[in-house]
Ligand binder design. Structure first.
Ligand SMILES: Nc1ncnc2c1ncn2[C@@H]1O[C@H](COP(=O)(O)OP(=O)(O)OP(=O)(O)O)[C@@H](O)[C@H]1O
Length: 269
């Protein structure tokens, strides 16, 4: 039988892009996340959900190379150099990987954009950081990405602060995708937006992730966001993973009492 390579279920046929082994991070005596194991395959979207303080952002920061775990390893399959242990390579190599192989979309555009340079420069400078030098090509590529995130070409020279919240998030996405990463981390990418703006951004994210076959780890407290974007879900509580599985399975037939509570509280809202 020919395997269906379009299905996320067939992804484990390739090797993982990211493999996390027994990861723990402590802040003093507090275990913010504990003994986490996960694998993420190319093109797969993993949602991490849980209430405030459950350890989602700590885990995301450990995965994205921002925060060294107290224990355990984060193995990443790089484009050119095989599998590396993220915290055994130099800070400079980790920084380069974060520009070439992955991206990070922050909850607040303030953390993910440079406020004092234009929209075009926000996108273009990521290309320059990986060696692009030809001004015409950089501007053309920036225009292409502004178009992909539905920002009008005549806004290319505007500063991000003159954009609406939704446009700023779309610009942040363009800035991240311009270097064609294979993995993108997102920390509550829609949480700061109005509901109608959220819907448009979610639709765009869903399209881009699937068209570009980019893997993603998305942290959200919003189960509707998780349902729309994630193939697989991990539910965290007090630093531990209490349940994981395919998104529809976890949300439609939650097994752990905590997940049942999360799902039922949304239904009641
Ligand atoms: N820099 C820090 N120093 C000390 N404790 C921290 C630090 N960052 C987070 N914590 C603690 O670690 C635990 C997990 O926090 P974390 O921010 O990862 O949770 P979260 O699920 O992302 O929450 P939220 O949804 O509110 O962002 C919390 O108890 C938090 O108070």
């Amino acid at each position: 039988m020919i395997p269906d390579i379009s299905s996320p279920l067939s992804l484990p046929l390739s090797s993982p892009l990211l493999a996390v082994e027994n990861l723990t991070h402590r802040f003093g005596a507090l275990s913010a996340c504990e003994n986490i194991n996960l694998q993420l395959y190319p093109g797969e979207v993993l949602g991490i959900v849980g209430e405030s303080g459950s350890g989602k952002s700590t885990l995301l920061n450990c995965l994205a190379g921002h925060l060294a775990p107290s224990e355990g390893r984060v193995m990443f399959s790089t484009r050119h150099e095989g599998v590396v242990d993220l915290y055994k390579i130099s800070e400079a190599r980790r920084r380069l990987l974060s520009r070439t192989d992955w991206g990070f979309v922050h909850q607040s555009a303030r953390d993910g954009l440079r406020a004092n340079v234009s929209a075009g420069a926000n996108v273009g400078e990521r290309l320059m950081a990986i060696g692009a030098r030809h001004y015409g090509n950089i501007r053309e590529e920036a225009l292409h990405w502004l178009d992909r995130v539905e920002i009008d070409a005549n806004r290319i020279d505007d500063l991000p602060r003159h954009f609406s919240g939704g446009m700023q998030q779309r610009l942040q996405i363009a800035r991240n995708l311009v270097t064609k990463p294979r993995l993108i981390f997102m920390d509550e990418p829609t949480a700061s937006l109005d509901v109608s703006v959220q819907a448009r951004l979610l639709d765009l994210l869903r399209q881009l992730v699937s068209q570009l076959h980019v893997a993603a780890v998305i942290v959200t407290h919003d189960l509707a966001v998780a349902r729309l974007l994630a193939h697989r879900l991990m539910v965290m509580r007090q630093g531990q993973v209490v349940e994981q599985g395919l998104t529809d399975q976890v949300l439609d037939d939650p097994q752990h009492p905590y997940t049942q509570l999360l799902v039922s509280s949304v239904l009641q809202a």
